[in-house]
Design a protein around this ligand. Structure first.
Ligand SMILES: [Fe+2]
Length: 492
């Protein structure tokens, strides 16, 4: 059939298809058929990426923060150890130096400072000065006799009379220790001691390098652990997500396997049980829909039969029109849903006759003008009645247009050609054929061959040529089913 015809025949084809789909029952779940996890699933990828980035950010933050704290503690520890060692040397030098000063033993002082310098490789010098700053002994003899000022660099540490300042000695950064020489409450001089700062810096660099290596190993381990942890967490979530998506798309035959025994596994099992319960309820609802549709169709048949039964001569008319229309519909290649709608449309095509008085319907003679006018209003009455229910409105075209003619001479709107809805055009042929082959009190039904000839004669005037051809072809296929009737020429 043409596209235009299809649109014309039914304004809401999706509705009846939906109704038909609702009548289909669902297959029970097939055991052993499970969802496969797709590692390239976009939802999994995004979730995994988020978890990985968050975990990596936390691990990096913890690692860098820990490294900074450890380095700070290490620097402080190394400095305090150096201060402890330097101050101990300065103080331990001050006591024997005091005795040597009292004894004016300058040779002993020289020996003392030389021994102290030799005891530690990072000691730059050791000097003994008098209260005026005049050098009394120095670990390097060439400095003897010089006046050296007290260290004036930045004060780094001080405890009692011992202090440590930053300094610059022979182009090298140094820590300058200064300790007084006391004896019986009097100060005889000071001990000055310089320690090479580059040794401490080298030690710090070594410690930092080791901390960096440990941190890098920790980050690498964290990255690998994050990857596997992400897989462990996202895999069941991805399975569940895909299961929900399949359920949403109507694939009820898949079950979702719960592979873990944690909260995610419980969630997956609960979801599978819920899906099974929903499936059972849907099957039950589908069964109710089928029953409801059957009841609905039975009600329509009863209603149609009741209308026909008002006149004993039209008893079974709508049912026969329906059967004849089905022949044309099948020739047109309609599917089962369309044929079902065509059947209902035929049963309801004369529903408007409810409003036509019995005296007109059952009149045995010819109708006068007034009666014919009342009778011709039944298509509009049918449309009005069907328009009261939304689910019935799709049958209005067949009810209101089944007395239209292909040449535009019909009623109520004078539609012509392809303007006439397809269902109405089909009903028109079946309606006339049944009327011709049915007997009336005032005439006998026509023979089938005569009625078919009449249909053929009205091809292109009252009826669609294409539908007439299909109807005649269908009649040939079911030859022998004609009825013994006579009637006057109603096609003119
Ligand atoms: Fe009619």
């Amino acid at each position: 059939m043409s596209a235009d015809r299809s649109q014309n025949m039914n304004k809401t084809p999706e509705k009846h298809r939906t109704a038909d789909n609702n009548m289909k029952t669902l297959s029970p779940p097939i055991s052993g058929q499970h969802l496969r996890w797709n590692p390239f699933n976009k939802r999994f990828g995004r979730l995994g990426l988020k978890l990985s980035l968050l975990s990596m950010a936390l691990i990096t933050l913890l690692t860098v923060g820990s490294a900074v704290i450890v380095i700070d503690i290490m620097d402080d520890f190394l400095f305090r150890e150096m201060v402890k060692r330097g101050s101990a040397l300065a103080v331990s030098t001050a006591t024997p130096a005091g005795y040597s000063l009292l004894a004016e033993d300058l040779l002993g002082l020289d020996h003392l400072v030389s021994k102290i310098e030799e005891s530690q490789s990072d000691i730059l010098y050791v000097a003994i000065v008098d209260p005026q700053g005049r050098l009394l002994a120095h670990s390097r003899l060439k400095e003897m006799g010089e006046i050296i000022p007290q260290p004036s660099g930045k004060l780094l540490w001080q405890q009692h009379d011992v202090s440590v300042r930053s300094g610059l000695r022979e182009g090298k950064e140094s820590f300058e220790f200064d300790a007084p020489i006391h004896f019986q409450g009097s100060q005889f001089g000071r001990v000055q001691l310089g320690i090479d700062a580059t040794a401490l810096t080298a030690t710090k660099e070594l410690a930092r390098r080791q901390i960096f290596i440990v941190s890098a190993l920790f980050l690498l381990t964290g990255t690998i652990a994050t990857f596997f942890l992400t897989r462990i967490v996202t895999r069941p979530v991805a399975r569940l997500s895909e299961g929900v998506a399949r359920l949403k798309s109507g694939e009820y035959n898949d079950t979702i396997m719960a592979v873990s025994h944690d909260e995610l596994g419980d969630l997956t099992r609960n979801f599978s049980e819920m899906a099974t319960e929903l499936l059972a309820q849907k099957q039950s609802l589908d069964h109710y829909v089928v029953t409801l549709n059957e009841s609905y169709l039975a009600t329509l048949k009863i209603l149609s039969a009741s209308i026909d039964a008002r006149d004993q001569y039209t008893l079974g008319h709508s049912q026969r029109v329906s059967q004849l229309s089905q022949l044309i519909g099948r020739q047109l290649g309609m599917d089962e849903a369309e044929l079902k709608d065509l059947e209902i449309a035929c049963l309801l095509h004369d529903i408007g006759k409810i409003r036509v008085p019995d005296r007109i319907l059952q009149k045995e003679g010819a109708l006068n003008d007034e009666e014919r006018s009342l009778m011709s209003q039944h298509p509009q009455h049918g449309a009005d009645i069907l328009g009261l229910a939304a689910s019935m409105q799709r049958f209005i075209p067949a009810a209101i247009s089944h007395h239209e003619r292909y040449d535009g001479q019909g009623y109520p709107h004078g539609l012509k050609g392809e303007e006439i809805p397809l269902f109405a055009a089909i009903v028109s042929i079946a309606d006339c054929f049944d009327a011709m082959t049915s007997s009336r009190p005032y005439r006998a039904g026509l023979d089938t061959s005569v009625a078919l000839a009449e249909i053929q004669r009205c091809r292109g005037t009252q009826f669609s040529p294409k539908l007439v051809d299909l109807f005649l072809a269908a009649q040939q296929d079911s030859a022998g089913q004609g009825m013994n009737i006579t009637v006057n020429n109603i096609c003119t």
